[in-house]
Ligand binder design. Structure first.
Ligand SMILES: Nc1ncnc2c1ncn2[C@@H]1O[C@H](COP(=O)(O)OP(=O)(O)OP(=O)(O)O)[C@@H](O)[C@H]1O
Ligand SMILES: NC(=O)c1ccc[n+]([C@@H]2O[C@H](COP(=O)(O)O)[C@@H](O)[C@H]2O)c1
Length: 264
């Protein structure tokens, strides 16, 4: 039976504001395909712009769940959650551009996949710490949508919200002063994370070793020299950005002159 809900969104998430915000759920499975623990993956980040490695993180997480049956996880939905402009990181384009590029990349993946873009963080007037962003997903999926129907259709159960990120995220969690320890505990004990080893960024072994942390670690994605920093730098030098991000995103960047060299 079809486990997806019916209607694709009529408007782009990039046009949403706080006033007309609607949680995107068009690719969220409404019924489990297995008896494993249902999981929604949330990748929080700048995505300025989204690049191929960001998209591959989701594939790596799927492979992890398939090759580690003992983890007992079924991914029933995946989200990109671009951070608010107020995050203030250097090279951060406006939220509406970043959300739209994430959407183009998610659609490029093909409609049958589970990837969506939630503009909620991006439309907030202030920066939202990641723990609160995950609480938002929990409220939308387990509160408002009432979780997911089990495979046999007999009952609804809660979906586990899990953070998806690269190992630099753990390095930053282990660095004093960057994260509130309460938030790290809330994220890693109450939700959990799938962490993709990032080349050159070994997972800190001894700092985040609390046995209550629900951490799943995957091997690194093969490096092809793709990163958001490289895309921005190529643009600023007037170089082509072919193949670093989907073609639809490249076209968008060029049409909107994003990160183009400034002429004085
Ligand atoms: N090559 C990669 N391998 C694993 N994880 C990655 C890779 N590239 C990015 N990520 C992860 O993607 C998420 C979003 O990253 P974000 O856009 O915030 O920063 P970034 O990709 O490092 O970009 P920038 O170059 O702008 O610093 C983070 O969790 C980051 O760890
Ligand atoms: N205290 C926090 O909640 C906290 C701290 C640092 C980064 N983050 C998040 O990590 C993601 C990646 O950030 P960076 O690109 O700065 O590594 C962003 O979504 C950001 O919001 C959260």
């Amino acid at each position: 039976m079809t486990t997806h809900p019916a209607d694709p969104p009529k408007t782009s998430a990039a046009t949403m504001t706080r006033d007309n915000y609607k949680f995107p759920s068009h690719r969220l499975l409404r019924q489990q395909r297995t008896d494993r623990t249902p999981v929604v993956l949330v990748a929080c980040g700048s995505f300025s712009p989204i690049n191929n490695q960001h998209i591959r993180m989701f594939g790596q997480a799927v492979r992890y769940t398939q090759t580690h049956p003992n983890a007992n996880l079924e991914i029933v939905g995946s989200y990109l959650s671009p951070v608010s402009d107020k995050y203030g990181k250097s090279g951060l384009e406006s939220g509406s551009h970043r959300v739209r590029m994430c959407e183009l990349a998610a659609d490029d993946e093909g409609g049958s996949k589970l990837l969506m873009v939630d503009p909620w963080e991006a439309v907030q007037p202030e920066y939202t710490p990641t723990a609160e962003a995950l609480d938002h997903f929990d409220q939308e999926i387990n509160g408002k949508l009432d979780g997911i129907l089990t495979k046999d259709g007999s009952r609804r159960i809660p979906v586990h919200i899990m953070l998806l990120g690269g190992s630099d995220l753990l390095t930053s969690m282990a660095s004093p002063g960057v994260w509130d320890q309460k938030d790290v505990d809330h994220i890693l004990k109450d939700y959990g994370a799938i962490i993709v080893e990032r080349v050159g960024e070994p997972t800190p072994a001894d700092v985040l070793n609390d046995p209550e942390y629900k951490l799943h670690k995957t091997p690194p994605i093969k490096e092809y020299g793709e990163s958001s920093t490289i895309i921005r730098s190529h643009r600023q030098q007037g170089m082509a950005i072919k193949a670093l991000t989907p073609k639809s995103v490249i076209d968008y960047i060029e049409t909107h002159h994003l990160w183009a060299p400034t002429t004085v």
